[in-house]
Design a binder for this molecule. Structure first.
Ligand code: SAH
Ligand code: SF4
Length: 353
């Protein structure tokens, strides 16, 4: 086993959510089955939400037994569920190797969004974020990422169809590039979860090379860039990996993403009291925003235990928003939801550790 393999999921029974339709067809042929069996299995899993092979009654008992020996449907155990008054439901999943990650279901009128993790922990270590506090333990596999989406979609009391997916849980999605892109393809596929690519958002701290690769994947996903500071000096204080990448490089990558996909980029900016929320920061941010086709999403900092940053006063946040808009920026102030459900992403896992 190479070092890179050790960083990925240890081997166990193959997860069905880890299989593409092509791979499952090939597995059927290995089992001496016709290719259409793969379609039947996918129909059971994604459209009828079967949780075990026993439920797949149009397959022979013998085949169901063989499948159960080689594959699992759900690998994880849901070890904790918390539901806030506004319907936001957070799940803590434990994987076969004992590691845990979080996923969240966020209802909003006709829409419902799943927020997914891509790694166990995060290698970036942004100073205000609970996810990166203990570093990164390993990557999630594509199947584990899809499984979280299925849990968020179907294991809630909410019967509104899951309409959107955001990669804003634990981990840096572009640092686990292949698994994240495979998961997106399954979530998007007609044979899979059938969620439109435009309803899927990847949030990244900004890895220019991977952004360029993503632009060439022929996917129409929305790219959200976690900027959080309008100049390199302040950004490097908040985001350790920003020391390697300048805002100018990110602007270039975002422009390329827009040119290739036609998708406007979202700039995310967590407002931290007295740190990045002053009028001069709004002016600098407007300058950055003007250099690309983007929307700016302002987010109020969600307090994290053991971290001494402050959520700005509401009037300070609104003044920042108005100044940004006056300067021509297309900006919104995003309300933090589910604050009472163990706060920001990564906190539930930390509490359990
Ligand atoms: N690693 C990726 C995606 C996961 S974090 C990224 O950083 O973009 C998703 C978003 O949540 C990021 O914009 C991140 O900055 C934000 N976030 C992290 N901790 C937060 C906190 N305590 N309060 C508010 N937003 C937070
Ligand atoms: Fe990682 Fe994103 Fe948290 Fe930064 S904000 S530590 S990149 S999960």
């Amino acid at each position: 086993m190479t070092k890179a393999d050790q960083f990925n999921t240890p081997a166990g029974p193959r997860q069905l959510y880890d299989c593409t339709a092509d791979l499952l067809r090939a597995s059927m042929s290995d089992l001496g089955q016709p290719p259409y069996r793969a379609g039947q299995i996918l129909e059971w899993v994604y459209h009828r939400q079967a949780r075990s092979f026993d439920e797949m009654t149009n397959l022979s008992k013998d085949l169901r037994r063989q499948l159960a020996e080689q594959f699992c449907v759900y690998e994880s155990e849901v070890v904790h569920v918390s539901r806030a008054a506004d319907g936001v439901t957070k799940f803590l999943l434990r994987w076969a190797d004992g590691e845990t990650t979080e996923c969240v279901s966020i209802p909003s009128g006709e829409r419902r969004t799943a927020c997914l993790s891509t790694q166990v922990g995060c290698p970036v270590g942004c100073v205000f974020c609970a996810s990166g506090m203990g570093g990164v333990r390993r990557n999630l596999s594509a199947g584990q990422i899809v499984e979280q989406a299925m849990v968020a979609a179907y294991q809630t009391d909410d019967d509104t169809r899951l309409s959107n997916v955001v990669f804003m849980g634990i981990g840096e999605p572009l640092a686990n590039y292949d698994a994240t892109v495979q998961a997106i393809r399954t979530i998007n596929a007609a044979w899979g979860m059938n969620i439109g690519a435009r309803k899927i958002t990847i949030s990244t701290v900004g890895l220019p090379e991977q952004i360029l690769r993503l632009a060439d994947e022929n996917l129409q996903v929305t790219l959200a860039l976690s900027l959080h500071a309008p100049n390199d000096e302040l950004r490097a204080r908040l985001i350790p990996w920003a020391r390697r990448v300048s805002i100018a490089q990110l602007i270039e990558a975002a422009r390329d993403y827009f040119a290739k996909t036609g998708r406007e980029v979202t700039l995310e900016y967590v407002l931290l009291g007295d740190l990045n929320d002053r009028p001069e920061h709004a002016r600098q941010l407007a300058d950055v925003a003007r250099r690309m086709r983007c929307n700016v999403n302002l987010i109020l900092y969600n307090p994290v235990e053991g971290v001494s940053y402050a959520r700005p006063q509401s009037q300070v946040a609104h003044a920042f928003l108005h100044l940004l808009r006056e300067l021509g920026g297309n900006a919104h102030l995003r309300q933090s939801r589910g604050l009472e459900v163990d706060g920001a992403c990564g906190q539930l896992r930390r509490q359990q550790l």
